[in-house]
Design a protein around this ligand. Structure first.
Ligand code: PLP
Length: 369
């Protein structure tokens, strides 16, 4: 079965092998050397001034940012499950919330952000997804972040890049915290969250807040290549192994092939009559809105060996989402669009003539020339 959900993503064989080595104690020079290497490579990937690794799923890093970077009032962008989650965390942590809400196919508008800031001079932090995975939507994070900083540079800009880091080159010049997680573009098992931080964010964190998620405690320890609490040693070993895999062709090559796969998948799906759901699709996944979404997804799973994701909440049964994150062999992506075309034939919607795989190949190989 091909795992084509936008998280979790498959873990490459070499990475699984690396993680099968005997358990190391985390307070040893051996592990500290591994940690140091992972930290340096992560810093390079994120491109930020500081970074921390946390033993948690991605949501833990989102919460750590709310606790440590929002003093009292946050602006959040809710265009899906994950933006909604930022709002829920802010409220759960007892802070004030201003939330901009959008349909799940609609990117945040800069004008709305301008208005929210004008009406709430006391907003001290912004929380936004780069790629909102609920509808496969790309927000105009760069423009919004630049505006927020032009109004008030002390406002902390927190970007959830869990389905964007390792997918595309993100302009981090106005971002203070960039969150990512292990089980999406980094092709690791779930359980490791990572945050890139600007110097301004480190200053704002100061002595930190909270106990487990006190980012000041983590920064202090991780600068010495250790962690405050027991490190997820296996996942950190896996992180170095995935960097080894990515480095074979290089990060730039991964961005180029991800873009080519995204364009080819989208072009192939449109060529067989599908409509893309988001107004501004993220590169992390292709999201199709279709009344037969559930039937297609089921056929792919039972007949063609492909596991795609569906929708949540009001989009349950209405969309399917195809992963584009990670080091995906191109023949797998070609098979996925081909299988979808065969499913359409099974449903009597369209005679099979190979349009999807042909279109995929034409676009992909033209772009990767
Ligand atoms: C997967 C994901 C998360 C984190 O979810 P966890 O289940 O806590 O790892 C956060 N934001 C986005 C955009 C995601 O896709």
């Amino acid at each position: 079965m091909l795992l084509f959900t936008p998280g979790p993503t498959p873990v490459p064989e070499s990475v699984r092998q690396a993680m099968a080595t005997p358990t190391l104690h985390h307070r040893t020079p051996e592990f500290e050397a591994i940690f140091k290497e992972a930290r340096e490579r992560l810093m390079k990937l994120l491109g930020m001034d500081e970074c921390v690794m946390l033993a948690s799923s991605g949501t833990g890093a989102m919460q750590a940012c709310v606790i440590n970077l929002c003093k009292s009032k946050a602006l959040t962008i809710n265009a899906g499950k994950f933006g909604e989650r930022f709002g829920k965390i802010v409220t759960a942590m007892g802070k004030e919330l201003v939330e901009l809400k959008y349909a799940w196919n609609t990117p945040a508008s800069l004008d709305d952000v301008k208005q929210a800031l004008a009406e709430n001079a006391d907003i001290d932090s912004l929380f936004i997804q780069v790629s909102e995975s609920a509808g496969g939507l790309r927000h105009p994070v760069e423009a919004i972040a630049a505006y927020v900083k032009s109004v008030n540079p002390s406002i902390m800009v927190v970007a959830d890049g869990i389905t964007a880091v390792g997918v595309e080159k993100i302009n981090i010049s106005n971002i203070d915290a960039l969150v990512t997680g292990s089980q999406k573009a980094l092709m690791l098992p779930p359980g490791l969250a990572m945050i890139g931080l600007s110097n301004a964010a480190v200053e704002t964190i100061g002595q930190g807040q909270d106990y487990y998620f006190n980012l000041a405690t983590e920064i202090k320890n991780q600068q010495k290549n250790t962690t405050a609490w027991t490190a997820p040693t296996t996942l950190i070993i896996g992180l170095n192994a995935i960097f080894d895999e990515i480095d074979k062709e290089g990060l730039e090559a991964l961005y180029v092939s991800t873009q080519a796969r995204a364009n080819a998948t989208q072009g192939a799906l449109e060529a067989i009559g599908f409509k893309m759901y988001p107004q501004t699709p993220a590169m992390s996944m292709s999201t199709v809105f279709d009344e037969d979404a559930e039937a297609i997804r089921k056929l792919l799973k039972t007949k063609y060996g492909v596991n795609m994701a569906g929708g949540q909440d009001h989009l349950k049964g209405k969309i399917f989402r195809i992963n584009q994150m990670g080091l995906i062999p191109v023949y797998e992506s070609t098979w996925v669009v081909n299988a979808i075309e065969m499913a359409l034939a099974d449903l009597g919607r369209r005679d099979f003539d190979g349009t999807a795989s042909r279109t995929f190949n034409e676009i992909y190989f033209n772009e990767s020339k």
